[in-house]
Ligand binder design. Structure first.
Ligand code: BGC
Length: 625
């Protein structure tokens, strides 16, 4: 062996150190599994085995990185290359609201989902992704889909069989584009109508929300041997009780705010709907972006692990909400460690998955997250994937012709009729068969964007008439009243002053909004709508006001001037369902799913009890027949 000079030895030692550093950095960045062959005896691919056996077998073949990949939920536009799905073993993708394919059509959606699914199945272990969307009121991301009333309208209808039917039609439309997962139903119990998500909830009544939520889970998941579309009750927990001016988002006042921690209310009010949904078979639950007292929900091992997984016996997985984990203070590494240890199983990142994989792997290496916690999370995710039969779906299930079908639209029209609530009637309704001349006015009379609300193709919705296949309330009236009745329309209520119509119908309400962008310190009618009502009144013998709204509005000062008041909520694509009831073809059966306040000082309202102790304008359950 030749003798080396001191310098050469030093260089060699330095080079050695550099190589070690280089290799460890490289291995930290490159997923090592890409080098592994597929397992020789993949028993988990055998559909004859039980789900539990398949889960355990698959888990036994997985590397740590493959497990961590399953815990990542990525927004589809953040996927760098389709190859990354297999390379990182990504567990799930989502289309955040408005996250559409290049060609926003039924075919465009199916092609996109098929492509991503195939890419995920090309991995060593062939684990298919879950593909999730917010089907809050039908498969509402897709133009041409049936848009059902938002949940608040279904809460007003209060019809369990109807909700199950709506969910099963939604399932068929989702399957029509290959989608296996929906972030619904919402089981929040709104106590403050200033919150921009009031309409996403069925009711502030835990029993009603639980009964309808369970029906929705059954309808969406179906009753076959496999779950057809995975439901996700959200937002666990207490989000409907967030208080004004507590939001962690500077743009909002309530949304992403603080729920006062209250153990009694947790058990008596917030938990029962989730218990009902879990008992109905839900295998994923979304944690809210709210704080429980001083800490973000995703940090609470008490609420996530002890209560939901422990007490409620929830065997599915808990998914965090949009970027919610990273709102935990301390930086991305600390946030991921805290949330996963608290019980979050799948993290809606939703953007860069590579640092997530690195951070979680580092945390496991350092012993800050145990491998058994990782195994528990992945077991829960795989359990849902096997329950969905995803491994056996040769291609994502697809059904031709279901999206926006006549059958679904007919169901939606009935749902609209059932959701209408009659709050006042001085003998105008139903429109008398002898009415020959009707005038229609207001911002929502001929505006499908308003009647559909947000979460319709775009996150914040789109004002105006643009949704294919939908019927506006005005067109519904024309269709139902027929040619014998003269119908005049002016959005602003501008009509010839020399004649009086027998009835004026003012269809007025809120423009679309979603989440904290809809937080509003005083929800009420716009000046333009109030003027339209007044003008219409001047040229009509009687006036019926129809509110198209995501929540009760402050109408205390105007109510006495109106001859009748109908709440239509956000009815969706089938405006004719409103006409069916106004004309008496169907009866009024809806009831208020939450109290209707008369003044802001009454908010929040907890189980019917107002903050200032005064009486509301109409209590929950009110509705004339
Ligand atoms: C909402 C969730 C929704 C998620 C995915 C979030 O902003 O809070 O309700 O499921 O986005 O679109």
């Amino acid at each position: 062996m030749p003798r080396l000079s001191g310098h050469t030895r030093m260089y060699l030692i330095l080079a050695g150190i550099c190589i070690v550093i280089f290799v460890s950095v490289l291995s930290a960045y490159l997923p090592s599994r890409t080098l592994l062959p597929p397992p020789e005896n993949p028993r988990y691919l055998d559909p004859e085995l039980s789900t539990a056996e398949r889960v355990e077998d698959l888990l036994s073949h997985m590397t740590l990185e493959e497990k961590i990949g399953q815990m990542a939920l990525v927004e589809k536009n953040s996927v760098r290359t389709e190859g990354d799905l297999a390379r990182y073993g990504i567990g799930a993708l989502l289309s955040g609201a408005g996250g559409k394919p290049e060609e926003n059509s039924v075919a465009g959606w199916s092609d996109m989902v098929v492509r991503f699914t195939e890419a995920s199945r090309s991995s060593r272990l062939k684990i298919p992704i879950l593909y999730g969307v917010d089907a809050n009121h039908g498969h509402s991301n897709v133009p041409g889909a049936t848009i059902f009333p938002h949940f608040i309208g279904l809460g007003a209808a209060g019809d369990v069989a109807l909700v199950e039917a709506v969910a099963s039609a939604t399932r068929a439309e989702l399957i029509g584009t290959g989608i296996s997962w929906s972030f619904s139903p919402t089981l929040d119990l709104p106590e403050d109508i200033r919150w921009g998500r009031t309409y996403e909830a069925f009711s502030d009544d835990p029993t009603l929300a639980g009964t309808l939520g369970a029906a929705y889970v059954r309808g969406l998941q179906g009753s076959g041997a496999h779950i057809a579309v995975l439901a996700t009750p959200k937002h666990y927990i207490g989000a409907g009780a967030m208080r004004l001016n507590t939001s962690s988002n500077e743009n909002f006042s309530i949304d992403q705010g603080t729920t006062p921690p209250d153990e009694t209310k947790l058990r008596a009010v917030y938990l029962p709907p989730f218990r009902a949904a879990v008992d109905a078979g839900a295998l994923s639950v979304m944690a809210g972006l709210n704080s429980w007292g001083t800490a973000k929900l995703s940090t609470s091992s008490y609420l996530l692990t002890d209560v939901l997984k422990g007490e409620l016996g929830f065997e599915g997985f808990i998914v965090s909400d949009w970027y919610g984990v990273y709102e935990i203070p301390g930086g991305e590494y600390r946030a991921a460690v805290t949330a996963i240890n608290a019980g979050i199983d799948m993290v809606m990142l939703p953007f860069d998955y590579r640092p997530f994989v690195r951070n979680v792997r580092r945390a496991v290496t350092r012993g800050e997250i145990t491998e058994s916690r990782i195994d528990d999370a992945v077991r829960r995710i795989l359990r849902a994937k096997f329950a969905l039969g995803l491994f056996e779906r040769a291609a994502p299930l697809q059904e031709e012709g279901t999206v926006g079908s006549l059958e679904h639209r007919t169901l939606a029209r009935r749902a609209v009729s059932e959701s209408l609530v009659l709050l006042k009637d001085d003998g105008v309704l139903p429109l008398s068969a002898s009415a020959q001349h009707v005038r229609v006015a207001g911002s929502a009379a001929h505006n499908i964007g308003r009647q559909a609300g947000a979460w319709t193709v775009e996150w914040q919705g789109i004002d105006g008439n643009w949704l294919p296949g939908a019927t506006s309330i005005l067109d519904g009236l024309r269709e139902v009243l027929g040619d014998d009745v003269q119908i005049e329309f002016s959005e602003t209520g501008t009509f010839p002053a020399d004649t009086q119509a027998e009835v004026g119908i003012a269809v007025v309400g809120e423009p679309p909004y979603a989440e904290g962008w809809g937080d509003n310190n005083r929800p009420e009618l716009s000046a333009a709508d109030l003027e339209a009502i007044e003008r219409l009144h001047a040229v009509s013998e009687r006036v019926v006001v129809v509110l198209v709204t995501g929540r009760p509005l402050f109408i205390t000062d105007q109510l006495e001037n109106w001859d009748a008041l109908v709440v239509a909520w956000l009815p969706g694509s089938e405006g004719a369902g409103v006409a069916d009831v106004l004309t008496g073809a169907r009866p009024f059966t809806g009831k208020l799913p939450l109290p209707w306040p008369s003044e802001v000082s009454q908010l929040p309202i907890e189980n019917g009890v107002t903050r200032d102790g005064t009486a509301v304008l109409f209590p929950r359950g009110y509705g004339l027949r």
